[in-house]
Design a protein around this ligand. Structure first.
Ligand code: SF4
Length: 136
């Protein structure tokens, strides 16, 4: 799903995301420069790039950028200052419907594809509390 710039701007906080260019570049090198959402613009000059970056360039902090880990003094790593919830991992990651590789053009598959199994985590049944010896 694409991100609308006007909506992203309206959601954003009116504070600069970074205190200087080094902070911004370090964070973007770790997130945006690997993100598939900005890849067409970054690699081929197509489109206008990720709207969240444009919002940040307007001295605002996108709502999609959640604070990354902080220590007890509030310090953070510049590369992990925020976690972008719109980050699209290289290689596709998980999520969404599974998309099996298509058969090569002009060739039928040798075998029918098996149904994809669903794995579910089942919580163990808790054991009832044992009565203490001597308790009534
Ligand atoms: S979606 Fe997030 S991580 Fe990806 S380019 Fe936009 S701001 Fe950067």
């Amino acid at each position: 799903m694409s991100i609308d710039y006007d909506e992203a701007y309206a959601r954003s906080r009116d504070v600069p995301a970074f205190s200087n260019g080094t902070e911004g570049e370090t964070w973007m090198a770790n997130w945006c420069y690997r993100c598939l959402r900005d890849a067409p613009h970054r690699n081929m000059g197509k489109g206008s790039g990720c709207p969240l970056i444009l919002v940040a360039m307007m001295s605002r902090t996108p709502a999609e950028w959640l604070d990354g880990p902080r220590d007890e003094q509030g310090r953070y790593s510049m590369a992990d200052q925020y976690h972008c919830i719109e980050f699209k991992v290289p290689g596709g990651g998980g999520g969404g419907e599974p998309r099996p590789k298509p058969d090569p053009p002009g060739m039928d598959g040798l075998f029918p594809r098996p149904e994809r199994a669903t794995r579910m985590f089942v919580q163990p049944t808790p054991e009832p509390a044992r009565q203490m010896a001597g308790a009534s």
